[in-house]
Design a protein around this ligand. Structure first.
Ligand SMILES: NC(=O)c1ccc[n+]([C@@H]2O[C@H](COP(=O)([O-])OP(=O)(O)OC[C@H]3O[C@@H](n4cnc5c(N)ncnc54)[C@H](O)[C@@H]3O)[C@@H](O)[C@H]2O)c1
Ligand SMILES: [Zn+2]
Length: 316
C-alpha cells in the first residue's frame, strides 16, 4: 500500500508482491472509506492470514494501511517502509495505527506493531523541504526529551543534516528509532506514563493546530513552537538553565523551524481546556530537564501561560 506519489516513485523497490493499492496523498488517506478500499484491494489480491501488508509512504499511509492490516482477518503482519523523515523517526515505530473521523483526528485505531520497519534514507532525497523540516522537529524533540548526548550530536551536525548527508541521516534515524523503541518497550499500550514523555512540546502544538483549524500549522512546525515554550517553562521551574534554553531555541530556528506562536494565549486556551490532560485544572505537562531526560509533572496552567506569553513576546 502506497500513496499516489510514493507508489510511482518507490514501489518498484519492493520485490515480490501481489498487488499495489494507492491511497490519496496526505490526511485524506486516513478515512474509513479509504480503509474499505484497502479491504477490497486485499480481497482482490487474495490476502490470507499468512500474507503481509507493506506500508510504503509517509505517516498517513502507515497509519491507514496499518489499521487495515490490524483488522484484516483480525490482523495480519505489517511491514512499515516509511518514506518521510517524520515516519522514519516517529510514526512507523511503536504500533499505533488508525484513521480520522469528521469528529477528530485518530479517533479510530489499534495497536499493531509492525514485524519490521525498513527504512532507506535514499527516499528522503525527493522529500520537499517543508516535509523534511516536520521530521526534524520530532527528531530534535528526542534530544530535548530523552538524550542530551544525542542533542549535542544533533546540534554539532546540523549542517550535514540539513544537507541530507546520507551517512548522517542513517545515524540520525537509527538514534531516533532506538529512543522511541526504548520508550515504547517500557509502556507499549500507553498505560504506564513513559510513552507520555513523547508528547514533549505537544500540548502547545495541539492548541496551535486546533486554533488554526488544522489548516494553518503543520504538525512539526507547531511542535517546534511547543518545544520552545517547554524550554522556557523549564527555565521558570528551574529544570533548565538560561543558556541551555537560548541555545535550544537557536537550534530549533537554525533547522528552519518556527519558535514563535502566531496566536494569543486566549486563542489557544479553549483547545487546551478540551484536552483530557487538563480536565481537572492541574495539567500534567512534560517538562524538559537540562542534562537528563524529561519528566511528567503537575504544573498550574498559569505557569504554561507565562512561558507561552514570554515566547510570543521575546522570541526573535
Ligand atoms: N502512528 C503514530 O504513532 C504517528 C506518530 C506521528 C504522526 N502520525 C501521523 O502521521 C501523519 C503524518 O505523516 P507524514 O508527515 O509522513 O505525512 P504524509 O504521509 O502525508 O506525507 C507527507 C507528504 O509527503 C509525500 N511524500 C512521502 N514520501 C515522500 C518522498 N520520499 N518524497 C517526496 N514526497 C513524499 C506524501 O505524498 C505527502 O504528500 C499524520 O496523519 C499523523 O497523525 C502517526
Ligand atoms: Zn508529534
Amino acid at each position: 500500500v502506497s500513496d499516489e506519489l510514493t507508489g510511482p516513485l518507490y514501489a518498484s523497490r519492493i520485490g515480490r508482491r501481489r498487488g499495489l493499492a494507492l491511497l490519496p496523498r496526505g490526511e485524506a488517506a486516513k478515512a474509513l472509506d479509504r480503509v474499505r478500499d484497502l479491504y477490497e484491494a486485499f480481497a482482490e489480491a487474495g490476502l490470507d492470514r499468512g500474507s503481509r501488508v507493506v506500508a510504503l509512504g509517509g505517516g498517513t499511509v502507515g497509519d491507514s494501511a496499518g489499521f487495515a492490516a490490524a483488522t484484516w482477518m483480525r490482523g495480519i503482519d505489517l511491514i512499515q517502509c516509511p518514506t518521510t523523515l517524520l515516519a522514519m523517526v516517529d510514526s512507523s515505530l511503536g504500533g499505533k495505527v488508525g484513521v480520522d473521523l469528521p469528529q477528530g483526528k485518530n479517533l479510530v485505531g489499534a495497536f499493531h506493531l509492525p514485524v519490521a520497519s525498513v527504512m532507506d534514507v535514499d527516499c528522503l532525497g525527493t522529500l520537499p523541504e517543508e516535509e523534511f523540516r516536520q521530521g526534524l522537529a520530532e527528531a530534535v524533540k528526542y534530544g530535548f526529551g530523552e538524550d542530551p548526548d544525542f542533542l549535542r550530536r544533533f546540534a554539532d551536525r546540523r549542517a550535514s543534516i540539513l544537507g541530507r548527508d546520507p551517512t548522517v541521516l542513517i545515524d540520525l534515524v537509527r538514534d531516533c528509532a532506538r529512543m522511541k523503541l526504548r520508550v515504547v518497550a517500557e509502556d507499549e499500550r500507553e498505560t504506564g506514563g513513559a510513552r507520555a514523555r513523547l508528547n514533549l512540546g505537544h500540548t502547545v502544538a495541539h492548541g496551535l493546530e486546533a486554533a488554526s483549524g488544522y489548516g494553518g500549522w503543520k504538525h512539526g512546525d507547531a511542535v517546534a513552537v511547543g518545544l520552545a515554550a517547554a524550554l522556557i517553562l523549564g527555565a521558570h521551574l528551574g529544570t533548565c538553565g538560561d543558556g541551555y534554553v537560548r541555545e535550544g531555541i537557536d537550534l530549533i530556528r537554525s533547522l528552519g523551524l518556527p519558535a514563535r506562536p502566531d496566536r494569543s494565549w486566549e486563542e489557544i486556551l479553549p483547545f487546551l481546556l478540551r484536552d483530557k490532560k487538563f480536565r481537572d485544572g492541574r495539567p500534567r505537562l512534560v517538562i524538559p530537564r537540562e542534562g537528563t531526560r524529561c519528566e511528567l509533572r503537575e504544573v498550574p496552567l498559569e505557569e504554561l501561560r507565562r512561558a507561552y506569553e514570554e515566547l510570543a513576546r521575546d522570541a526573535p
